[in-house]
Design a binder for this molecule. Structure first.
Ligand code: LLP
Length: 424
């Protein structure tokens, strides 16, 4: 459920009509709903509430990569969320949003030495180590500082998450984690290192999962591994189950609800006696944002449907171009008529196509429209391709709204460039 709905024929974000945002901030612009973020955070947290108490109360660590906007992070921090970060930049953002360092987990297959050091400097809660080599390096750095780093080992369970191949992460051929067959051996090697407190394991098998079955299979494998590691004498107190829960992008998609997910987790982890961490991204932020855009013009092409050319492009919302992803396209002031259209941006490549042969609200030049479910992996994946500048972001709260990220225009980007003396 989200807070983007028609009122008196005009699409609103909470109590704010979208045309007022377009008028004040211009387009394209991402619009986030605070109430929606809060609702999703609450529903997710409540779905997991029964999974442990006290020291073992589950940690919800928002996957910052899905939406790193400071104000979004602030809302989630206020909801009791920590952060799953995958770079020094994300770590700095999570801290700037006021997240407790103890509630920050550092994932990522290629953490640099500087990033490992930053994590130690900031005394984050946990490093999710992806390889023996990374564990050895972290231990060595920690020892030199007279510290011990809390860590878990990420496991690659070799499970097909049945999602887009570019966002599947738990198959043997993916770069993530230690293969299950080597996990025991590597865990034993790392567990004895003086700079590591290796206290558990982590997995994350992929994103936009529409079925619980692959997660269940992966969790069962982790359960067996935990038992094996304990039998080998290791103390296992923490398990990080990652993120991945999908959201509905189009009619007919019925991803499992957080409650169904929570019930499955409760069953799969019964008797584990650990503190669980979750790293949800999309399920929290996806439906909490839309990309508001204006139709530049409608171009009649050859014998196919017309091209609706909007002022947003693949640099602002990359998912359709990258993954062939579907985002609903709705007029802000629909008149009841429909059209079949190719919805495209102005960028000079055919990949800059949001939708082909789409049955959508009829729109004309100058009309406002939105791409829905753009709150996750939207603005964060933007680029300045075609020197279009970086898209602005707005947050709505009831009947008020604020720009939470300025549009960075072509001039500002050019300001970071230099023409060296040898060219002048
Ligand atoms: N934890 C780890 C270690 C991850 O790699 C990811 C996502 C998450 C958590 C959060 O997953 P979520 O709950 O959001 O599914 N750009 C792609 C998605 C890439 C996901 C990468 N990892 C997209 O636009 O669909």
């Amino acid at each position: 459920m989200d807070h983007f709905a028609l009122r008196d024929g005009i699409l609103h974000a909470e109590d704010v009509p979208l045309p007022s945002i377009a008028e004040e901030v211009g387009t394209p612009v991402y619009v986030y709903s605070r109430a929606t973020l809060e609702r999703h955070a609450r529903v997710f947290r409540e779905a997991l509430a029964g999974l442990g108490t006290g020291e073992q109360a589950p940690l919800c660590a928002f996957a910052v990569k899905s939406n790193p906007n400071l104000s979004v992070l602030k809302v989630l921090q206020q909801q009791g969320f920590g952060a799953d970060v995958v770079s020094g930049g994300e770590l700095i953002r999570a801290l700037a949003a006021g997240m407790d360092p103890a509630d920050i987990v550092f994932s990522g297959v290629g953490k640099t030495r500087a990033e490992l050091e930053l994590g130690l400097d900031k005394q984050i809660g946990q490093f999710n180590i992806e390889s023996r080599e990374e564990g050895e390096e972290l231990s060595e750095i920690a020892v030199a500082r007279g510290e011990v780093a809390d860590a878990v080992l990420r496991i690659n369970p070799d499970v097909d998450a049945k999602t887009h191949e570019k966002i599947s992460t738990g198959k043997a051929e993916n770069k993530f984690g230690m293969p299950l067959m080597r996990a025991r051996e590597v865990f034993a090697e790392l567990a004895v290192l003086p700079g590591l407190n290796l206290r558990g394991v982590a997995i994350h098998i992929g994103s936009q999962l529409l079925d619980l079955e692959p997660l269940e299979t992966a969790f069962a494998k982790i359960g067996t591994l935990v038992a094996d590691l304990r039998a080998a004498g290791h103390s296992i107190t923490h398990v990080d189950l990652g993120g991945g829960l999908g959201v509905p992008y189009k009619a007919g998609e019925n991803p499992p609800s957080p409650a169904e997910y929570g019930a499955m987790v409760a069953k799969a982890t019964a008797g584990w006696d650990v503190k669980l961490t979750f790293e949800p991204g999309r399920v929290i932020a996806g439906n909490a944002g839309v990309l508001l855009t204006r139709v530049v013009r409608v171009k009649r092409g050859g014998n196919g449907p017309p091209f609706v050319i909007v002022d947003a492009a693949m640099n602002d919302l990359a998912r359709p171009a990258l993954y062939g992803a579907w985002h609903d396209f709705d007029a802000v002031e629909p008149h009841g008529e429909r059209m079949i259209a190719n919805i495209v941006g102005p960028i000079c490549e055919t990949g800059d196509t949001f939708a082909r042969d789409r049955d959508c609200d009829a729109v004309a030049s100058g009309d406002l429209a939105v791409f829905r479910t753009a709150g996750a992996y939207g603005a964060t994946m933007a680029s300045s391709y075609n020197s279009r500048g970086f898209v602005a972001e707005v947050m709505v709260d009831g009947d008020q709204f604020a720009v939470v990220a300025d549009r960075i225009d072509a001039n500002a980007i050019m300001d970071a460039e230099r023409v060296p003396d040898f060219l002048t």
